[in-house]
Design a protein around this ligand. Sequence first.
Ligand code: MNH
Length: 463
Amino acid sequence: MTLPIPQPPTIPFIGNVTSIDREVPLYSFRLMAKTYGEIYQLNMLGRFVVIVSSYDLVNEVSDETRFQKRVTGGLLQVRNLVGDGLFTAQPEEENWGIAHRLLMPAFGTLAVKNMMEEMRDISNQLLLKWERFGPDAIIDPSDDFTRVALDAIAYCSMSYRLNSFYTDTQPEFAIRMGDFLGESGHRANRPQIVQAVANIRGKQVKYEEDIRMMRGLADQIVSSRKTHPIKKHDLLDIMLNSTDPKTGQSMSEESIAQNLLTFLIAGHETSSGMMTFMVYFLLKNPEKLRKLRAQIDEVLGDREVQYEDFAKLPYLIAVMRETLRLAATAPMRATTALEDCTIRGNRGEYALKKGQSVVINTWDLHRDPKIWGEDADEFRPERMLDGGFEGKPNNAWQPFGFGVRGCIGRAFAWQEVTLVMASILQKFDLSLVDPSYTLQIKQTLTVKPKGLYIRASPRKGGV
Ligand code: MNH
């Protein structure tokens, strides 16, 4: 006997859409997990979605022989910009395989190691800015980490300088990207009639304008590289000049442009959110910050961090893992049942039909007491040390997704965050502008802290 899947009360025609907070959907998904348990279903404008929040169920739906990523909801809308690029391709689309095979080695640890000095170039712009602003300036870390992440991915992948640190506001491209992602999410949750009203209010015109501008930039970067090739073997060069070992095909110019935009989308908010959450957790846990600082000082002294140092900074790695456990910046992902099947949770078995959409609530997965213990809500990097991380079962920690559709930029993000955060903590004393700040979240496609402001006071010797 399988158990029924609970569902919150519905409203005719639109179902459960109004159960979901418009600003921060994650709050609602977590609240419903508290109310209805490890599994519940929602009727989203007639489309049924099952949400799973416990380790046992997530582990079941992470079985690639029975479940496969399917692009739905807000991600489906993102295709309006990036089509069948890596992140938004449906599993059966051929361009996914071509791009995946060409790009996997290019995003591998060794390839990323060669990007170290370019990442440092960008990271140094942040350090210099904070030093010049001085100890009294009020810093919005999310804003500056977005600059770092966006500039790093553009510079490392296509040797293009977005120069985000040279403007007061975020550059036009970043603003349009943020607007586009926000509107893509809203479109997925608007009934058609409401969408029509949104169009009348000019949202459609603005949405199309944002798409046109971003595509224009990507097309321009591709075509200018074709007319002016450079020596560097960056990701753009690889996409332009290699062929897929399996099919012998090369990527079309359109597909290249779509994947460049994909890197910018997938690669900046996730990393910048991670760095912002990390600052938040460290400032709220001063003993952990002191411990981390002591290790960084001991290993680095006054010299610049090098790639080889990363292995000597286990507590930094633990802090990064723990940050992504408590605050996975890509908080939900979707998968689909390939056949009718049953999945076993804490309370028993549930039946799913072929084609059923399942959404994974990573925030509650990462707090499952069965895996993480009764102190799962606490920021305690120590749990990630001495085999504590390696000893966890498969799929217990999934901030980068899983399987063939897992994050291709993981090594890139890891190196970037290690470099930037080690350098900041080596050079600055950080403090909260409002010591009583408690975490609030801003959600687009990803999540990050909202309203977090800090001061950064240069330590001895300057930058
Ligand atoms: Mn990333 C897929 C999280 C950094 C490029 N990324 C994913 C997925 C998650 C994820 C989760 C799976 C989504 C899904 O199942 O629908 N990514 C992160 C996090 C960070 C991150 C938490 C940083 C921290 N990602 C990056 C960076 C890049 C990048 C940096 C690019 C340079 N990510 C991707 C791409 C995919 C992806 C491309 C899609 C891969 C595929 O489907 O083949």
